[in-house]
Design a protein around this ligand. Structure first.
Ligand SMILES: [Zn+2]
Length: 188
């Protein structure tokens, strides 16, 4: 097996933007109609960092490692697909979230790990580095502020002010149902 060594630094982190971008896609009317499970979408879109960033803090990989590759994507999708009894409303949004995450991290992603070996860039103080980046790197700062604005837009547009609405929104439940039951009450 040919081993290609690639040097890159993949230690930036954009948690808000990673969550906001896939969500805003579900606001497209054609996609919104599909009633997809947004919780699965969110889990998929954050999972690579939930796994790899703590590993990074423990000195394993560079923050984009075990769960930032196509093999992890395939295996975790199959696990979700079969454990949800082939529920496409759960497994496909999960896969879409993972794809969104990897695309956003490109080009610093070890996509073909472990089939190709990558040279990881290590940091001495990763946590401090991240915090400093947020305030000193305009790209990170602007990206996260954009993510926050997208989240606000989604919150206001869908009137997500209460637990019930947020839970319906995340599960992809059609919110017009609540409206029509209220209208029936008024009619009665
Ligand atoms: Zn990542």
């Amino acid at each position: 097996m040919a081993i290609l060594i690639k040097h890159y630094e993949g230690n930036k982190i954009y948690p808000i933007f990673h969550a906001a971008l896939p969500l805003v896609f579900t606001e497209i009317p054609q996609i919104k109609k599909l009633k997809i499970n947004r919780l699965s979408l969110l889990i998929g879109s954050l999972l690579p960092d939930i796994i790899d960033k703590p590993l990074f803090l423990l000195g394993l990989g560079n923050g984009r490692f075990l769960s930032h590759n196509l093999l992890f994507m395939t295996i975790s999708f199959l696990i979700v697909y079969f454990s949800s009894k082939r529920n496409k409303n759960i497994s496909f949004p999960f896969l879409a979230g993972l794809i969104f995450h990897l695309i956003l991290d490109i080009p610093y992603v070890p996509l073909f790990y472990p089939f190709i070996s990558y040279e990881f860039h290590y940091l001495e103080e990763p946590l401090l580095y991240w915090l400093r980046k947020l305030w000193t790197d305009p790209f990170v700062f602007i990206t996260e502020i954009t993510g926050l604005l997208i989240m606000l837009f989604i919150l206001i547009k869908n009137k997500l002010y209460h637990k019930k609405e947020i839970s319906d929104y995340l599960r992809g439940v059609n919110q017009t149902f609540t409206k029509s039951s209220k209208e029936i009450e008024i009619d009665a």
